[in-house]
Write a protein that binds this ligand. Sequence first.
Ligand SMILES: [Zn+2]
Length: 203
Amino acid sequence: MEYPSKLIEDAVNEVSKLPGIGKKTALRLVLHLLKRDEEQTESLAQSLTAMRTQVKYCQKCHNLSDHDLCGICASTKRDQTLICVVEDTRDVLAIENTAQYKGLYHVLGGIISPVEGIGPSDLQIDSLVNRLRGDEGEQVREIILAISPTMEGDTTAFYLQKKLKPFNLKISTIARGIPIGGDLEYADEVTLGRSILSRIAYD
Ligand SMILES: [Zn+2]
């Protein structure tokens, strides 16, 4: 495509690097920004930069957070004896949306995937073990594995279960009720909420 301006071309190229956005959509978005007030583009750029440079990972659960501890870990209203292990922040959001879960989380930051070269040491598994050890004063009684029931998810759950066994905790899973191969993110809230309440022992 011939662009009338190198500046527009650069902007289109950058925007089209985002997932699911082709050159045509990128051009439409760029032209849209050009039509709107300049301040709107500025505040968009500023919020993206601030998000990218300032957002942190919670020191305890590795959820995304503006502070050293995320709102969930910092809350006194959550059940501190319960940890729900998930792949990423989107799963935390999905489960929080069900309003059925009052425990804490642990965000692995992915799942074990030999194809993509992701092994256990690339994930937040050691820090989970540290939490169970109670070094920071945590007294966990139950772990819920809320990991997608895909092949990689099953491998990850199996690995975790072996790793967590010495701690003599109740280990449960919410896999049932969620379509096989489905992402937690796409499970509807009612189904997901019900799965959490009727979680089953992992064996
Ligand atoms: Zn946290």
